[in-house]
Design a protein around this ligand. Structure first.
Ligand SMILES: [Zn+2]
Length: 269
């Protein structure tokens, strides 16, 4: 029996890697089918279908094949978004041009060039590494910010961003975030991203221009080794489920996550 269960089980779609949109979409379809059978007077069949369906969703993560393809649309119609499926929002999304001569926010390449020039990151072969003293400063700032409550974190964001941007704390569905309300619209930073990027901006204060400081959080986040919230080790995972439908023959994007806090820090292209 245990052997059979092992063969049915799909660990890549269950546990931590469970895709909630798929689970919800499959549950909804199952409920519709079972409800239809009951209406047709086929209660016994409905009971069997429900039992098999619940077991399949539980063990395999989904019941219907190809949900990864249609579930995103179904889920987009739901009033809540149960997962964050794209690259997390960043301070740099608030598009706040400050201190630059032409008033434009620096491009990604300009930010990386500035970080290299300041010696904040150092090239090593094809990769970039954090410079040691910056790594230590950044980690110290993250630990200081992680000890604050959400209101305190929003206050730090308000201080660091230009006056045109209002920062406020927000809690919904068990997720804490700092919302930036400014000229670029609403940007919602998850608590982990807010701690990482605001701490980076602080650690960069004596090292780079103000315009680069707020934009540097996104590229720097890709180099994180420890969780901004719990200081635990981060892991790189792949997810191929819905919301991230991967064309056949391509590998799904890799994500930098904290398994303990269940937060995503970066999505590698
Ligand atoms: Zn963590």
């Amino acid at each position: 029996m245990a052997d059979l269960l092992e063969r049915i089980r799909r660990p890549e779609y269950t546990g931590n890697d469970r895709c909630w949109p798929c689970t919800i979409a499959n549950g909804a379809v199952l409920a519709l089918v079972a409800g239809g059978l009951v209406l047709l007077g086929r209660r016994a069949t409905a009971a069997v279908v429900t039992a098999v369906g619940v077991a399949a969703i539980g063990l395999r993560g989904y019941l219907l094949p190809y949900t990864p393809r249609f579930a995103p649309r179904l889920v987009a119609a739901l009033p809540v978004d149960p997962i964050d499926r794209d690259e997390p929002d960043s301070l740099s999304d608030a598009e706040v041009p400050v201190g630059t001569a032409d008033g434009d926010a620096p491009t990604g390449d300009e930010v990386v060039a500035a970080l290299l020039e300041a010696g904040v990151v150092v090239p090593r072969g094809e990769e970039f590494l954090l410079e040691e003293s910056f790594r230590a400063d950044w980690r110290r700032e993250m630990q200081a910010l992680a000890g604050r409550n959400l209101e305190g974190l929003a206050a730090v964001a308000d201080d660091l961003t230009p006056p045109a941007v209002e920062a406020r704390p927000r809690r919904d569905w068990g997720r804490s975030s700092v919302v930036l309300d400014g000229p670029a619209g609403l940007v919602s930073l998850s608590e982990a991203v807010a701690v990482a990027e605001l701490a980076a901006a602080r650690a960069l204060e004596s090292r780079v221009d103000e315009s680069v400081r707020l934009a540097a959080g996104r590229p720097l986040r890709s180099l994180l080794e420890r969780c901004p919230l719990c200081d635990g080790e981060l892991a790189v995972t792949q997810s191929a489920c819905c919301g991230e439908v991967t064309p056949i023959g391509e590998t799904p994007p890799e994500k930098l996550v904290c398994p303990d806090c269940d937060v995503r820090l970066f999505t590698y292209e």
